[in-house]
Design a protein around this ligand. Structure first.
Ligand SMILES: [Zn+2]
Ligand SMILES: [Zn+2]
Length: 120
């Protein structure tokens, strides 16, 4: 999401906020952009990925709600931001975003793992 009152002529990194925690994009906090400028930061991705992929928690979205990253109706489990209730992400988007950040070695973000996983 964009910061309120953003100057589009001089938009900066810090004018982009994570839709799930509303913290700004910094060199330390990376963002992955979804549909219509919705963004998720690395911190939120870590939590969402752990819940949806590692621990397999999350519930399908209600009919009135959609993942804000793809705006599609999906049966995937969804992760809801603990801070901003309207921010919902489907498992597919979280996996995709995690893949994007994970691949970029300059960022240094890695997918969370758990020692409980049988294949680790
Ligand atoms: Zn965030
Ligand atoms: Zn989605």
């Amino acid at each position: 999401m964009q910061r309120e009152g953003i100057d589009h002529e001089n938009a900066e990194m810090g004018d982009i906020l994570c839709d799930f925690c509303h913290k700004p994009w910094t060199t330390e906090r990376h963002m992955v952009e979804g549909h219509r400028g919705a963004c998720v930061c690395g911190d939120c991705l870590t939590v969402a990925y752990a819940e949806l992929v590692l621990h397999k928690v999350g519930s399908p979205a209600s009919p009135e709600e959609k993942c804000i990253l793809c705006r599609e109706e999906r049966d995937d489990p969804h992760w809801r931001s603990p801070v901003f209730e309207e921010a919902l992400a489907c498992r597919r988007c979280i996996k995709q975003a995690a893949g994007v950040l994970h691949k970029d070695r300059d960022i240094g973000w890695t997918k969370p793992t758990t020692s409980e996983a049988p294949d680790s």
